[in-house]
Design a protein. Structure first.
Length: 253
């Protein structure tokens, strides 16, 4: 089964922007000129939750710094000298070189890509690490509580124990992102919305463009000649309506 065309980064960015604004999948597909299946292929794996924009941590080594390390190693400089020139701790440079092939095998681009891949690995969410917390959330979802109510109750009940508190966003992620597998998929049906994908609060028929006249002109902006019916066409529809009403009366011919 075809999954539709592969979307570019610009298309994905626009897709998530429109999704957060409450547009429907079909409306987004029309705007991007792709199939609705292509939109679902992007949205479904994350349960309608847009992925976070990745940023390199300020404490992480940059590619420029790694290239400087590579050049200095080739020139025979010591790790302490390299660290001093970069303004980094010697232990930071030592670990960087050791985990990426040592003096002889260190390559800047390969080390930078390895660091990015390691940062991109899926992290174990809080509900997967703490069984008690997971059971409490699942139980109250079955009782009809919302994620916001559960998060508030946990914060009030366990203000000093971080392992027994969780944000409502974490609960939503665990419900909607299928890859997590933490809360059973059936629990998503306990939410008042009944959806299996997270939608923006502004999502509505109005936001999807349904029930609206395209390029409609309000009656307050009609031309002056429409009021006195001086121009043929402004009164014809009314005459037709009156004739139709007359023909529908009993005994009319």
């Amino acid at each position: 089964m075809s999954r539709g065309p592969r979307l570019s980064k610009a298309q994905r960015d626009e897709l998530w922007l429109r999704w957060r604004d409450g547009e429907s999948g079909r409306s987004i597909a029309r705007a991007l000129q792709v199939s609705p299946r292509a939109v679902r292929y992007v949205v479904a794996p994350t349960g309608g939750i847009s992925p976070r924009v990745r940023h390199r941590a300020a404490s992480s080594l940059t590619l420029v710094e790694r290239e400087a390390i590579s050049r200095c190693l080739a020139a025979g400089a010591s790790l302490r000298v390299i660290a001093r020139d970069l303004g980094r701790a010697p232990s930071t440079v030592s670990r960087e070189v050791a985990r990426n092939g040592g003096r002889a095998g260190y390559r800047a681009v390969r080390a930078d890509q390895r660091a990015r891949d390691a940062a991109h690995r899926p992290k174990t969410c809080k509900l997967a690490r703490h069984g008690w917390l997971r059971r409490q959330v699942a139980r109250r979802l079955r009782q009809g509580w919302t994620p916001q109510q559960i998060a508030g109750w946990l914060a009030r009940t366990h203000p000093d124990d971080n392992t027994r508190r969780v944000s409502h966003e974490t609960i939503y992620v665990s419900l909607y992102v299928q890859a997590r597998g933490v809360l059973r998929k059936e629990l998503a049906q306990q939410l008042k919305s009944g959806r299996t994908a997270r939608r923006a609060r502004t999502s509505s028929a109005k936001g999807n463009g349904r029930g609206q006249i395209v390029d409609a002109i309000p009656i307050s902006e009609r031309p002056p000649e429409a009021a006195d019916r001086a121009v043929p066409g402004h009164w014809e529809s009314q005459c037709c309506c009156q004739a139709a009403i007359g023909n529908a009366r009993p005994g009319s011919t």
